[in-house]
Design a binder for this molecule. Structure first.
Ligand code: FMN
Length: 205
C-alpha cells in the first residue's frame, strides 16, 4: 500500500475504534492520479464520520494478471484479498480508459474471486461505492455504470450516489487539494451512504 495508507490489519487495531471498515481500491499508475485523489478524499470523509479505512491504489494493485488456475498469490494480492474479506464496505475508483474500466482496476477486482469459497461469498451484502474519472463526461459516466454492474456481479450493493468526475476540469489545485465544491460534497455524501448502508454489527464475514 502507498505510504500514507493504513494496511487492513493495522487499520483494525490502529485507530482502536469499532467504526465500519471501508476499503478503497483503484487509481492509476500515474503520479498525481486524480482517481486516487478522489478515493483518498472519500476515505478521509469516511474517517471524519468515524469509519476506519485502507487504500489499495497505484502500485498496490499492480498485480499479476489474475489466474484462477494458479493458486500462488503475491504478498500484495493476499493483502488486498484479506482487506476485502474484512471490509464492511468497499469504494472503487477507476479512470475511464477507452470508454471503460481500466485493466489495472479490473484485474484487481478479479481477485475477489478468491472470496468465492468464503462463508460470505464475494462481497455479499456489502455497500459498494463507485468513483470514475475521465477526461470528459462521456467516459466518466459510462465507466461509473460499468463499476455499478461489476458491484452487482460481486453481490455488493452499489450506493444510490456514484461520483463521476471530469478530470479535464479544475477539480484539484496544483498541490492536490480538492477545490471543486460539487465534487467535495458528492464524495462526502458517498462516504455517508457507504457507512449508513453497513448492516448493524458490520457486514457478514
Ligand atoms: C489509455 C488511456 C485511455 C483513455 N481513454 C479515455 C477515454 O476514452 N475517454 C476519456 O474521457 N478519457 C480517457 N483517458 C483520460 C483519462 O480517463 C483521464 O486522464 C483520467 O483522469 C485518468 O485518471 P488519473 O488522473 O487517475 O490518471 C484515457 C487515458 C489513458 C491513459
Amino acid at each position: 500500500m502507498t505510504a500514507t495508507t493504513t494496511s487492513a490489519t493495522t487499520a483494525h487495531a490502529a485507530e482502536g475504534e469499532r467504526g465500519p471498515f471501508v476499503v478503497g481500491i483503484g487509481g492509476t499508475l500515474r503520479a498525481g492520479s486524480s482517481t486516487e485523489r478522489a478515493l483518498r478524499d472519500c476515505l478521509a470523509a469516511v474517517r471524519r464520520r468515524g469509519g476506519r479505512t485502507a487504500l489499495f491504489s497505484g502500485e498496490d494493485i499492480n498485480l499479476p494478471m489474475y489466474n484462477p488456475h494458479d493458486t500462488h498469490r503475491t504478498a500484495a494480492a493476499l493483502a488486498l484479498v484479506e482487506a476485502l474479506r474484512a471490509a464492511d464496505a468497499v469504494v472503487i475508483g477507476s479512470p475511464g480508459y477507452h470508454g471503460g474500466v481500466s485493466g489495472l482496476v479490473k484485474n484487481a477486482l478479479d481477485y475477489v474471486e478468491d472470496l468465492r469459497g468464503d462463508a460470505t461469498v464475494y462481497l455479499d451484502n456489502k455497500p459498494w461505492g463507485c468513483i470514475s474519472c475521465a477526461f470528459g463526461w462521456q467516459a466518466a459516466v459510462g465507466t461509473l455504470g460499468q463499476l455499478r454492474v461489476i458491484g452487482h456481479a460481486l453481490r455488493a450493493w452499489p450506493t444510490p450516489l456514484g461520483v463521476a468526475i471530469n478530470s479535464a476540469e479544475p477539480v484539484w489545485d496544483a498541490e492536490g487539494v480538492l477545490v471543486d465544491e460539487t465534487t467535495s460534497t458528492q464524495l462526502d455524501l458517498l462516504a455517508a451512504q457507504l457507512l449508513s448502508f453497513v448492516p448493524a454489527g458490520g457486514s457478514p464475514r
